[in-house]
Design a protein around this ligand. Structure first.
Ligand SMILES: [Fe+2]
Length: 355
């Protein structure tokens, strides 16, 4: 069963109104009729397919009625009934947004039907376009939400992969240290010292994370150096020394496949460089040594000085600070040493005491 198109006809002249109703019904339309603009607005619903309006009516005229209809935004085409010779009305109606106009009296029924039919088609087209647009908007919203949810999952997955990779490397490094009672806890202490310095120097949270990851893997290159060489209780031979000096570069190479650790790799590579360029492996100096590397070199050296080794007794904390100060400008960054000395002196009740 086909649904009949619905037309609303409004004319204060009952003869005209009834004639138009009959013609419309003859052409198969479902019709509702109103005798004034006010009544038309009362009857107005979104399911009308076209509205026919007389212009001259008591109360609201056709133009006022059309303006009120447009405010509802149903998208229903409006056709005006204009008396013969009132072409200026017809032009005004079109300019105000009417879809078409019909001259009365209606003499050419076929032309009348064509105009109504065209308006109904226009209405259908507008409605289809609205439905399509609404569907499209819902679809785009759903897809955007799905994509955002997938992105969150992907990011979580990627973050957990990154954390796992860093944890694996740290576990290896700590395991290596734990094999030797003299180096046990070194990584934890270097990470802690570096964090204290970095926070006191107010480095950004991103930089702090990079520094902490670099600390946790800074000696991973020692994995490939024979333990007897690392633990040797006396001076190293030239050959052994050459081997030990390779661990920063090897460390960088170990983590290189993990692309997200690029900055950490640079810090690992340079954690034995000196300000005067006499460090290793590259002998870089001054500003070529980044601010985070300057922090780890101080923390790493301080822990080495103040920890017992099989071949030496450890320095006291004060002796360690004095030694750092002695090497300021040649080996260490003066600003970093100054901050570290202050942090240590203030930290009697902090966790550093327990390290
Ligand atoms: Fe090292």
């Amino acid at each position: 069963m086909t649904i009949k198109a619905k037309i609303l006809i409004t004319d204060d002249d009952h003869l005209v109104r009834e004639a138009v109703v009959k013609i419309l019904q003859m052409f198969g339309y479902e019709v509702e009729a109103a005798s004034s603009g006010e009544e038309a607005l009362d009857l107005l619903r979104a399911d009308f397919d076209a509205i026919i309006l007389d212009i001259n009516m008591p109360g609201m005229d056709g133009f006022e009625t059309m303006a009120a209809i447009k405010e509802k935004d149903y998208g229903i085409p409006v056709l005006f009934l204009t008396g013969a010779g009132s072409m200026e009305y017809a032009v005004k109606a079109i300019n105000l947004g009417a879809y078409d106009f019909i001259s009365k009296p209606i003499e050419d029924l076929d032309l009348f039907n064509v105009k109504i039919h065209r308006a109904v088609e226009k209405r259908m087209y507008v409605q289809q376009e609205r439905v399509y647009k609404e569907k499209l908007e819902i679809e785009v919203r759903n897809k955007t939400r799905e994509l955002a949810e997938k992105n969150v999952l992907l990011e979580e997955y990627s973050n957990s992969l990154e954390v796992s990779a860093v944890n694996t490397i740290t576990t290896l490094q700590v395991a290596l240290e734990e094999k030797d009672q003299y180096t046990a806890g070194h990584t934890t202490r270097v990470t802690e010292y570096s964090s204290l310095i970095a926070k006191a120097m107010q480095v950004s949270s991103d930089d702090l994370a990079v520094l902490q990851r670099a600390c946790r893997m800074h000696d991973i290159g020692k994995l490939v150096i024979d333990n007897s060489c690392i633990r040797k209780p006396g001076p190293l031979t030239d050959e052994e020394w050459q081997l030990v000096r390779k661990h920063p570069e090897i460390g960088q190479n170990i983590i290189k496949p993990l692309g997200f650790l690029g900055r950490e790799g640079e810090i690992v590579r340079h954690h034995h460089e000196r300000l005067d360029g006499k460090g290793y492996p590259d002998g870089i100096s001054g500003d070529d040594i980044c601010h985070l590397t300057r922090i780890i070199t101080v923390a790493d050296s301080f822990d080495a000085m103040t920890s017992k080794r099989s071949y030496k007794t450890n320095m006291s904390r004060q002796e360690g600070i004095d030694e750092l100060r002695r090497c300021v400008g040649t080996q260490f960054d003066p600003g970093v040493v100054k901050v570290f000395a202050e942090v240590l002196s203030k930290s009697k009740q902090t966790r550093v005491e327990a390290l």
